[in-house]
Design a protein around this ligand. Structure first.
Ligand code: HDD
Length: 695
């Protein structure tokens, strides 16, 4: 008889039989016995059941078969859009009662914390695609309210590409990898997307946002969110008020630079999900404020755009934000699949006091989400999954179907019945629809009031700061530069010409196609609207580094005091300092102490940080000169317009990177008060003046 192979580790406790007097269950629990799905204890999880040590595997090995069967079926279809995402649990708390606006229970009592689950996502990429693709971000919130689940399924951009849901499959087919070649992944920079975009004038406003910095956020913690459509709040007296929903991050709205995004995608494809994980698990809970722009139907009629058109915003200068409450994310899911993957959002999940508008994009969404869950989660009972289950009792006579987990009792499964009675409908407290008067002919037509596709696109562009405008032009040029078909580029230049002549010229120039824009005629005259400063991220940026992440590059012989002082200063501002050293084992400081490293230099390029300090010893700097990663560390930080701190010993590294130590106020020499000066400089976030020199 052959000897059994050794076990991979000492797991002998698993074999321990229950001590005298213990029940079988206790023994199983305490010893952590492994079992099959039928609860049968497993004696050996290393070896299949064979005939003799070298013989065939037996079909009767139910342990093997069950394990492999389960494995074979682990994957479910990924979301058609928004497949790549991450989530967190948290709570929503109303600042006060908003009874005048809505009867929704979770917006009445400021002492109530309503649990929520939030899922952030990109749109186009598959599940394993990089976090920093240029893309819209999903911002979906499920409120587990005392009146059932309310889902606010929004994006980080307040408008959308299309006005009617019937165009959604076309839009998504155009942006997804091209069907004959299956690339590019998670990218709009290809022919089919720009073909569709350039043939679809209504997408122009959204394209301006998608080519802006908004589409490459620094963090999910630093991103705004929008409900996009007009919704209707209804109060207890039945009075309706139109609203647009806004989420504002407490940390401010920040983005990365495109070249940085490209490099982050290589250095850490999980940049955003890791960032959220790090913050929430460290107890640094992300916070967002929920606000509405509230307006009456009469006011809506006065606007020079249609509030049912999802390609339009309402400038905050016209309707300011009314803050409702705050959202705090305080817990990461225990299991990604069970929670983040299986969570099912649906814009049709409403509570009394919140209602739809007739926005045709929204109306189509009301059908799509439930339908897609049926194929993605495979059963109409997906609402019974823990992450989807309301935190209140669910009572009705819906029955059976795949994977029912609840066990209804009683003889009758219909209403009304005279056996079990309840549940019954509730005319007084139940959801009733706002009695909006609707009439008209049945037709397929786009309203005339949706026809102006350029004025707000132009307004958006004119509301941005100069660096933001530069990025828009660069993004259009980058994306169109990847388009092989010249006719598509020309058509798109024609659309840009209708938005802003300088922008179109700039993009044409960057493409090397001056004067080649196609001449297009807008469906409605393009108007000059007053700029809306609230649309610029940078005009609103707080002078704070809270939640940001910095790095110091240390080597053997570095100065402990410098690192300690820097850490103290940054932490006092709510920021984080990480140590990067040539080797992950750390560096032996000048005073002989070991400094533990968070990262080895090779795995921590400066694009992963918001600002960097080079603090090697003289010998360390000399050694680093031979490492391209160290020189790139400085060069990239400079090109990404970041604040760079440096010691005298680090100067050869700066020189090798072509960075002058006195290039601008973002270069901070570490002497007296070095750390304090560094923190002050970092509060400016980026050195925008540097940009024209490096790009
Ligand atoms: Fe959508 C997912 C947001 C238009 C059809 N959508 C999805 C998610 C977000 C949005 C955040 C991911 C939810 C999650 O994390 O699970 N979608 C939007 C916004 C839109 C929008 C803000 C326009 C204003 N969507 C839209 C249209 C349709 C869809 C017009 C179809 C007619 N969306 C879907 C979907 C998805 C989805 C196919 C894929 C997975 C899912 O629903 O659960 O049904």
């Amino acid at each position: 008889m052959a000897k059994k192979p050794e076990r991979p580790a000492d797991l002998s406790f698993v074999q321990k039989p229950g001590a005298a007097g213990e029940t079988h269950q206790q023994a199983r629990d305490e010893a952590g016995w492994m079992t099959t799905d039928q609860g049968i204890p497993i004696s050996d999880n290393q070896n299949s059941l064979t005939v003799g040590p070298r013989g065939p595997v037996l079909l009767e090995d139910f342990v093997l078969r069950e394990k492999i069967t389960n494995f074979d079926h682990e994957r479910i279809p990924e979301r058609v859009v928004h497949a790549r995402g991450t989530g967190a649990h948290g709570y929503f708390q109303s600042y006060k009662s908003h009874a005048k606006l809505t009867k929704a229970a979770f917006l009445q009592d400021p002492s109530v914390k309503t649990r929520v689950f939030v899922r952030f996502s990109t749109v186009a990429g598959s599940e394993g695609s990089p976090d920093l693709a240029r893309d819209v971000r999903g911002f979906a919130v499920k409120f587990y309210t005392s009146e059932g689940n309310y889902d606010l399924v929004g994006n980080n951009i307040p408008v959308f590409f299309i006005q009617d849901a019937i165009k959604f499959p076309d839009l998504i087919h155009a942006v997804k990898p091209e069907p004959d070649r299956a690339f590019p992944q998670a990218a709009s920079a290809h022919d089919t997307f720009w073909d569709f975009a350039s043939l679809t004038p209504e997408s122009t406003h959204m394209l301006m946002w998608a080519m802006s910095d908004r589409a490459i956020p620094r963090s999910y913690r630093m991103m705004e969110g929008f409900g996009v459509h007009t919704f209707r709040l209804v109060n207890a007296k039945g009075k309706g008020t139109f609203v647009k929903f806004h989420w504002r991050p407490k940390l401010g709205t920040f983005s990365v630079i495109w070249d940085e995004a490209v490099k982050i995608n290589g250095a850490d494809i999980d940049f955003h999900r890791r960032d959220l994980w790090d913050a929430v698990t460290a107890g640094d809970y992300p916070e967002y404020e929920l606000s509405v722009q509230a307006f009456s139907e009469e006011e809506a009629a006065e606007f020079d755009f249609d509030v049912l058109d999802p390609t339009k915003i309402i400038p905050e200068e016209i309707v300011p934000l009314t803050p409702l409450g705050k959202l705090v994310l305080d817990r990461m899911p225990d299991n990604f699949f069970a929670e983040t993957e299986q969570v099912a959002f649906c814009p049709a999940n409403l509570v009394p006091g919140i209602e739809f508008s007739n926005d045709p994009l929204l109306q189509g969404r009301l059908f799509s989400y439930l339908d897609t869950q049926l194929s993605r989660l495979g059963s109409p009972n997906f609402h019974e999954l823990p992450i989807n289950r309301p935190h209140v009792d669910v009572r009705n006579f819906q029955r059976d179907g795949h994977m029912r987990t609840t066990i209804p009792t009683g003889r009758a499964a219909y209403e009304p019945n005279s056996f079990n009675g309840a549940p019954r409908e509730t005319p007084a407290g139940g959801f009733t629809s706002f009695p909006a008067a609707e009439s008209g002919e049945k037709l397929r037509i786009r309203p005339e009031s949706f026809a102006d596709h350029y004025s707000q696109a132009r307004q958006f562009y004119h509301s941005l700061t100069e660096p933001e405008q530069r990025h828009v032009a660069a993004a259009f040029a980058f994306e169109l530069g990847k388009v092989e078909t010249a006719a598509i580029r020309k058509r798109m230049l024609g659309r840009l010409l209708l938005v802003d002549e300088e922008l179109a010229d700039e993009v044409a120039d960057r493409l090397g196609m001056p004067g080649q824009a196609e001449k297009l005629k807008p469906a409605a005259p393009v108007r000059d609207l007053p700029p809306s400063p609230a649309l610029s991220q940078y005009l609103k940026a707080p002078q704070s580094i809270q939640g940001k992440k910095f790095a110091v590059l240390a080597t053997d012989g570095s100065d402990e005091k410098l690192v300690a002082e820097l850490q103290k200063r940054l932490e006092a501002e709510g920021a984080l300092l990480q140590i990067v050293a040539p080797k992950v084992g750390g560096a032996k400081l000048a005073n002989g102490k070991m400094l533990e490293a968070h990262h080895a230099l090779a795995g921590a390029p400066s694009c992963l940080f918001d600002g960097v300090v080079a603090a090697p010893s003289a010998a360390g700097a000399a050694m680093l000169l031979k490492h391209a990663a160290a020189v790139d560390w400085i060069r990239d930080a400079f090109a990404h317009l970041k604040v760079i701190g440096f010691t005298g010993d680090a100067e050869p590294l700066l020189a090798a990177a072509g960075v002058k130590p006195d290039a601008d106020e973002g270069l901070v020499r570490f002497g007296k008060d070095g750390a304090a000066k560094f923190v002050d400089a970092a509060k400016k976030h980026r050195l925008w003046n540097r940009e024209p020199e490096v790009r």
